[in-house]
Design a binder for this molecule. Structure first.
Ligand code: GLN
Ligand code: ZN
Length: 777
């Protein structure tokens, strides 16, 4: 039985790719040096996969930045603003599309292409920009070059391409919307040429990724597949085409996929175990099936007995000849090598598998089928013992947490009074002006702040010295907020490395790797926490800092927490219980923190749910279920307070249209959202619902260094007050200020306060100071 892999992490064991790419951007190394690092990484990855016993080894899964951008380069879809010479897409052209061109001598600024999340992963791709009259041409021979590069090393790889239907459907229309699939006729010749060249170069298989096959498609989109693959098959008849689907099951696209005139189909049997039956019925041995049985999205060891049962059921029906064993999706989304983790708790470590270990699992399964389980008895035994240990471990199972989770009642997820009652009490307590001003929580994380944290971690700063440093930053920030005239103050989040890690580090049930990096976008990598056990909070996490901040001012302080859904979403989550259950445990821990903040007399508590929307399942049919438990977890975390305590939440995105009802259902007293970039357009979504709680639509885009003018803030405010009663509206930036500098933040917030004062004069009866003039920098 043959083994396959769909893609391997490209960043390198020590993030060599990140370092080399950034060094190239900084001008510390030249292109040939960067390319040498990339060649070394590719060679190491190919050899590693070969040594792990993988037969279908991918090539062209490497990327300098992103595989969708690689495809844009391959088909020559460079947006017009980049002023391209329409021959080949060189490295600088390529990076320019990813990063834009800014303040380069002799060159006009050009905006980068947009970036968005790759399906429901935390990886971000560069969105293709497609015009109705888009032309395509073969402008990068990377797939062929990398195939030949591996061949020279004696490894015949299976090149990977992003499929044409997926490429077009994930692109965005520039100008008026049009049917993106109308571009198929023009893009297919490029794919045909690539396939012909790969065939001529000696490739036997090509893997064409069409993950859109797990999304909701309409008939026309489904029909496109048959036509596309007929053409592609004809272009290179001796080349075997494997279409890869992943991140879910095919459901109503099953027939479309199974009827394609191709040689192989890859199925995600981790997220869609039950689809195997149906697909086997359809294909009945006519094409090769690649069984994606090892989770490529998580870090847990597989239950190999369970996997073997599934694989053997397929073998019984079609024999081994037409089957491949593989991970469910590309391993891009897992860290590379567990062997590098020296300081993990050895128990927990035993339960894990990173990319390299996952390939070993693939190999074990294939060998067990070929030679019998005895041939891999030791490996199977290790897998079993890990599983048994994990099931029984007191580190994982905390009876108290379980009992508490079971005893959650609907009342615990509801505030005791309706908003109208709460509002009155909160108004009396806080005595805020009309259109109150605030910020989203973080203030600039300067080099100094980051250095102090690193020094503390490395032991160069004592705990006392570090604490004194943070307190000094906090005091300075409180003073600044008072001086600039903000109404609700924050402590500034200087003690936090990251809004999830900070809480994970203090909660039971979480652990952290030393090298468990995964690519987030471009050269950016993240190191998500691992939630391995029942979650509980041994002691207060933020109360000390926030009460200290409170002692420094007479103005109301807002305490800052990260919400349960966001903590869940940005971690590797245990797979031995439903995500909703893990989320509920986190919610209970946050609920305790909320209670402690309230007891410490903190009048306002903000619970950030930055990732609530991105948790949405790929299929609409699954949305309700998710939204229901996600919103309930937020409410569980936030509803334990008295009426007089004001709960805020923050969400840093603006696509609300399809989930407004769920957002309203969270019943936060105040929600702050991103709104500046869409010029308050999203507020229309709220118009149709009777939203009575308060809202802070962000009045300036913190993602840009641009300082907003008073007038432009006023315009946005006017637009907001057209939709909402002025008594509902708060004034705040779009998101936290941690990525900005003090030089940017100072005038921006001064202008925001000035706009607020002017608006109060316009919409209310409260006295106003003299609105300040705009202060452009
Ligand atoms: N309170 C967080 C901050 O200000 C919110 C960050 C976020 O929404 N991503 O940084
Ligand atoms: Zn945000």
């Amino acid at each position: 039985m043959k083994t396959a892999n769909l893609g391997f992490p490209r960043i390198g064991h020590h993030r060599e790719l990140k370092k080399a790419v950034e060094a190239y951007w900084n001008g510390t190394i030249v292109e040939s040096e960067l390319q040498q690092v990339c060649r070394d990484l590719r060679r190491a990855n190919w050899c590693l996969q070969r040594d792990q016993g993988i037969e279908h080894i991918p090539s062209n899964d490497f990327s300098h930045y992103d595989q969708m951008l690689d495809t844009t380069a391959m088909v020559g879809a460079v947006p017009a603003r980049f002023d391209w010479d329409t021959k080949q897409v060189g490295l600088d052209q390529y990076f320019a599309m990813a990063r834009g061109v800014f303040s380069q001598p002799g060159k006009a600024d050009v905006a980068a292409m947009e970036m968005t999340k790759w399906f429901d992963t935390n990886y971000h791709y560069i969105v293709p920009e497609l015009a109705a009259d888009q032309e395509f041409q073969l402008a990068s021979r990377k797939p062929i070059e990398e195939f030949l590069e591996a061949k020279q090393l004696g490894i015949v790889t299976r090149p990977v391409l992003v499929g044409p239907v997926t490429y077009l459907l994930l692109g965005k229309c520039v100008g008026d919307t049009f049917d993106r699939l109308s571009l198929l006729d023009r893009i297919l010749p490029v794919y045909e040429e690539v396939l012909r060249e790969l065939q001529a170069a000696g490739a036997q298989w090509v893997q064409i990724d069409e993950p859109v096959l797990v999304l909701d498609l309409d008939d026309r989109q489904r029909e496109a597949f048959a036509q596309v693959y007929q053409r592609l098959k004809k272009a290179a008849p001796r080349l075997s085409i494997l279409v890869a689907t992943y991140f879910g099951e095919l459901r109503d696209n099953t027939e479309t996929a199974c009827r394609l005139p191709i040689d192989g189909l890859h199925l995600d049997l981790v997220q869609g175990r039950s689809q195997l039956e149906t697909v086997l019925d359809y294909t009945a041995g006519t094409m090769t099936l690649s069984l994606g049985v090892i989770d490529g999205r998580n870090i847990w060891r597989a239950d190999l007995d369970e996997v073997l049962t599934l694989v053997k059921s397929a073998v019984e029906q079609v024999g081994t000849e037409r089957l491949l064993v593989a991970p469910a999706c590309s391993l891009l989304h897992t860290p590379i090598d567990l062997d590098m983790e020296k300081s993990l708790d050895p128990n927990v470590r035993h339960w894990l598998a990173f990319a390299k270990q996952k390939l070993e699992e693939v190999r074990v399964v294939a060998t067990a089928v070929d030679e019998g389980e005895d041939a891999v008895a030791e490996k199977l035994e290790a897998s079993r013992s890990a599983l048994t240990a994990r099931k029984a471990s007191p580190e994982v199972h905390d009876p108290e947490v379980n009992a508490r989770s079971r005893s959650v009642t609907p009342e615990m997820c509801r505030r005791s009074s309706p908003f109208a009652t709460r509002r009155e009490l909160q108004e009396q307590r806080l005595a805020l002006p009309l259109l109150p001003t605030t910020t989203i929580g973080s203030f600039p994380q300067t080099r100094e702040v980051r250095r102090a944290r690193a020094d503390h971690k490395a032991g160069r700063l004592t705990h006392e010295e570090y604490e004194a440093f943070v307190k000094e930053q906090m005091a300075k920030t409180i003073r600044f907020q008072e001086e600039v005239g903000l109404d609700v103050l924050v402590h500034g989040e200087f003690e936090r490395n990251d809004m999830v890690e900070y809480f994970g580090e203090q909660l039971h049930g979480f652990t952290f790797t030393q090298n468990g990096w995964v690519q987030s976008y471009g050269s950016r990598c993240v190191k998500p926490p691992i939630i391995y056990g029942d979650v509980s909070r041994p002691r207060p996490m933020t109360v000390g800092w926030i009460t200290h901040a409170k002692s420094l001012t007479e103005k109301p302080i807002k305490g800052m927490l990260t919400g349960p859904v966001t903590i869940l979403q940005w971690s590797f989550v245990r797979n031995d219980q439903p995500r909703s259950e893990t989320c509920r445990q986190i919610a209970l821990a946050i609920r305790d923190e909320v209670a402690d903040l309230e007891a410490a007399d903190v009048p306002i508590i903000q619970i950030d749910e930055a990732a609530l929307r991105e948790g949405l399942p790929l299929r609409r049919a699954d949305w309700n279920d998710y939204l229901q438990w996600a919103v309930e977890c937020f409410r569980l975390a936030s509803s334990g307070v008295r009426d007089v305590t004001q709960i805020h939440t923050h969400m840093c995105y603006s696509e609300f249209n399809d989930i407004v009802e769920a957002i309203l259902d969270m019943d936060a007293d105040v929600i702050s959202i991103e709104a500046a970039r869409s010029r308050m357009e999203l507020l229309r979504a709220f118009k149709d619902f009777d939203y009575t709680n308060e809202i802070g639509p962000g009045v300036y885009d913190i993602h840009s260094p641009h300082i907003p003018m008073v007038e432009s803030i006023q315009e946005l405010l006017d637009a907001a007050i057209e939709v909402f009663d002025s008594r509902q509206v708060w004034i705040n930036p779009d998101c936290g200020l941690k990525t900005r500098t003090w030089e940017e933040v100072t005038p921006a917030l001064a202008n925001m306060v000035a706009a607020a004062q002017a608006a109060r004069a316009k919409y209310g009866k409260l006295p106003v100071d003299h609105p300040e003039e705009s202060r452009p920098i």
